[in-house]
Design a protein around this ligand. Sequence first.
Ligand code: HEC
Length: 310
Amino acid sequence: MQVSTFTSKFDAMLKGNYTFTPDEQAGYHLFNGKGNCNSCHVDGRGTTLTPGQVDTSTTATANPPLFTCFGSANEGLPLNPRNAFYYQTTPDSFGFIGNPFGFGYRDLGMGTFLRSGFGSGPNPNRTWVQFAPMVDGQFQVATTRNVAMTPPQCPTTEAGTGKPYFQKEFFHNGYIKSLKQLVHFYNTRDTSFAKNVTSGHCPPGTIERVTCWPMKEVPNNLDTTTGMLGLTDTEENQIVAFLETLSDGFTTPYPNSDTFTGACMTCNPATDPNCSPSRQGNGELIPTPPLPPCASAICGVAPVPSPPIP
Ligand code: HEC
């Protein structure tokens, strides 16, 4: 794999051509330490380092690092009712029905693949089917490189920072709308913010994605190395600052094959209560009906998920 062409602040820092700001540096320490992010988004350094601790570990993977171990994990994302897929329950003009199960559909990730389940290509090796219940809900670890990348007109992914922003969706189902939300999710998913509701129905007095995380789409096989990290608000922001150093284009302009012709998003925190990276996207939340049981054609296909997925 060609890995020598990265042009981010992080890569310039490794070569001694860029000095991290104090926040970026603090975020880097948290990524490897209290946040434990690099146990999956591997960067070739030891994990759970405390500030000031000297890292004596040897480079584990590619150098410069790719920020993924290429493994899989279930990060416990809530079902995202804004996916058009849930509404594709009637035939289109060709008679094709995208999702006959509606909200009874569950994305079991790797489990779906091993069962050659609905929406997945066939598993090339049928002897792996037995392992499906051990991997239900798991998705491949994405790289953290270029997560903050935006078209040049829209300098950030984060609303309310005083700059026009480019709306991205994070994780496999796009439930998370900003990097601040993403880090806050890892930090507080399994605290008292975890609520037994679907998206759009957080209890009064709570705010979805800020003090309320709806139920996990697939509760099985949850990664519990994150979910209750004890990061402060400032520390969350510092990890975001570090993630923003991973965008290519800093030392050499990024070769953009398509010019972005759309408009950037803007919002005014004085008039829009959802104009902040924490609440970004909340203005368009769709209340979901209480979830019907997972369709038997999905959760009933042998080997059955264990425990059963509601
Ligand atoms: C146990 C492994 C694991 C740990 C620890 C972990 N992640 Fe992840 N990360 C994943 C997986 C798996 C995905 C893809 C999940 C999905 O799409 O549902 C992911 C995706 C991401 C993405 C990419 C999202 C996108 O849409 O491109 C970012 C950014 C990220 N993680 C940041 C972090 C940060 C920051 C931490 C530490 C606070 C962290 N991760 C800790 C496994 C992990």
